[in-house]
Ligand binder design. Sequence first.
Ligand SMILES: [Zn+2]
Length: 330
Amino acid sequence: MKPNPISPTIPLDQDGIHHGFLRLPYSRDDSAWGSIMIPLTVVKNGEGPTALLTGANHGDEYEGPVALQELTVTLKPEDISGRVIIVPAFNYPAYRAGLRTSPIDNGNMNRSFPGRPDGTVTEKIADYFQRYLLPLADMAVDFHSGGKTLDFVPFAAAHILEDKTLESACFAAMAAFNAPYSVQLLEIDNVGMYDTAVEEMGKVLVSTELGGGGSATARSIAIAKKGLRNVLIHVGILKGEMQIDPTVCLDMPNGDCFVFSENDGLYEPMVDLGDPVSEGDVVARVWPVERTGVEPIEFRAKVSGLLISRHFPGLIKAGDCAAVIGMAVG
Ligand SMILES: [Zn+2]
């Protein structure tokens, strides 16, 4: 396969702390010989495991970028054993545009793996992670939130995997992250996901959904910062004691957890995030926008549990995810 056109402007394998970029040549109207400069920090001290930390896999999800920016100024080489590779804005063009996907090629980073060295900008970034960065890593944390169109209770997630040894290592790292909610989920459509790329390489992955609505809160960012620190201690890179608080363990074993709208209209949530839901409960109603005097369409839960995600904007379209229910584990 062709070499990837991305080159790091700093060494990835030298002790100390280095701040630089993953530089991807991108010739365009406003910069003939221009490049996309994806910010990168590498902190290394001697031997030990490597953690690859990413935010803004989707460009409008902000807890990860904030927590990782802070880590680039607070983490000191003398505090660690091993290496931490920090990329606060994985899909950098999407992040700069405040969009979920790249404005250059409409690329959804989490559907672009394993990528291509001669593909679109998004595919080139994916290929660089697939063939150059992930092989260096023992574990990865990839931060997500709901973005502009979804909101979540703050949770860390790990996937139900065929490889039960890897699965239990991922569940242990999720427990170490210690978000207020911990969700084990079976991915129905995992083709092209970064998560799948990490797991198929046999590496430990923790992902998150920490909030949403296209912004972040002091509370959701604090969860990201604590989780990062805990995970780095858990894997033996950072010295210190983990801070462990109570967490609610939930299961998303199949597609029945999702409620999709079948109509366009005005969205009325009938339960709020974190509230209990029973099978058959109306979780959302959709009112017509064209006229008065018409009853709303009701959408009901197919399972019992807690509301862990909801549609965020005030208007909804047919096919939008209206609600997601997390079930009790067991
Ligand atoms: Zn996301």
